[in-house]
Design a protein around this ligand. Structure first.
Ligand SMILES: CC(C)(COP(=O)(O)OP(=O)(O)OC[C@H]1O[C@@H](n2cnc3c(N)ncnc32)[C@H](O)[C@@H]1OP(=O)(O)O)[C@@H](O)C(=O)NCCC(=O)NCCS
Length: 165
C-alpha cells in the first residue's frame, strides 16, 4: 500500500526534486537545464506521496500545447513505486486539463522498445499512427552498445468542444 497521494501542477520550486527523480528513474535523463526550461515553458504535473510533514515527489509529467494539440514530452515515475497507477493518474490529469483547454488531439512519441510506456498509452486509448525508423539514439545509462531505434507516434482524439474526454 502507498501513503496518501497528492497530484498537482508543478512549480519552479520543484526543480531539485524533479531533477533527482529524472536522474534516478529516467533511463534517458533530461538533466537540470531542460527540466528548468520545461517548468518555465510547458504544463507540468507532479505526484507526491506522504503527509503534511514529509512529502516525496515520485512522478512528473510535462506536456506542450500548440493551438488545439498537446504533446506529451516526458512522464517519469520513481522506480520504487511503479505499477501502482501513478502514471495513469498523471496521464489523466494531462488529458482532463487538455479537454478543458479546447485541445482536440493529444500526441506523443515513444521508443519502440518501451513496452511499459506503450502499454500505458494503449490502456488509455492512444492509437499508433506512425513509426519513425532510427529516430532515437540508444545511449541508455550503463549500456555500452550504441545504436538507434524507432519512434512510435501515438495519438488520442479528445472531445474538445464539450470540454470532456
Ligand atoms: C512508463 C512509466 C511512466 C509507467 O509508470 P507506472 O506508474 O508504473 O504506470 P502505472 O502503474 O500507472 O501503469 C498503468 C498501466 O500501464 C501499463 N504498464 C505500466 N508499466 C508496465 C510494465 N512494466 N509492463 C507492462 N505494462 C505496464 C499497464 O497497463 C498498467 O496497468 P496495470 O498495472 O493495471 O496492468 C514508468 O515505467 C517509467 O517512469 N518509465 C521510465 C520513463 C519512461 O520510459 N517514460 C515514458 C517515455 S516518455
Amino acid at each position: 500500500m502507498i501513503p496518501s497521494i497528492v497530484m498537482r501542477l508543478a512549480t519552479e520550486s520543484d526543480l531539485p526534486a524533479i531533477t533527482q527523480l529524472d536522474a534516478l528513474s529516467n533511463p534517458y535523463p533530461w538533466g537540470r537545464g531542460l527540466i528548468a526550461d520545461a517548468l518555465q515553458t510547458r504544463k507540468n504535473w507532479v505526484v507526491e506521496l506522504g503527509d503534511a510533514t514529509q512529502k516525496s515527489l515520485v512522478g512528473w509529467l510535462t506536456a506542450s500545447v500548440v493551438l488545439d494539440q498537446s504533446e506529451l514530452e516526458l512522464i517519469v515515475v520513481d522506480c520504487s513505486v511503479r505499477r501502482q497507477g501513478l502514471a495513469r493518474k498523471l496521464m489523466m490529469s494531462w488529458l482532463e486539463s487538455s479537454a478543458q483547454q479546447a485541445v482536440c488531439e493529444c500526441l506523443l512519441e515513444v521508443r519502440e522498445s518501451n513496452e511499459a510506456a506503450i502499454a500505458l498509452y494503449e490502456s488509455l486509448g492512444f492509437e499508433q499512427v506512425g513509426r519513425r525508423k532510427n529516430y532515437y539514439q540508444i545511449d541508455k545509462k550503463g549500456q555500452t552498445e550504441p545504436g538507434r531505434e524507432a519512434a512510435c507516434l501515438f495519438t488520442l482524439t479528445i472531445s474538445c468542444e464539450r470540454g470532456e474526454l
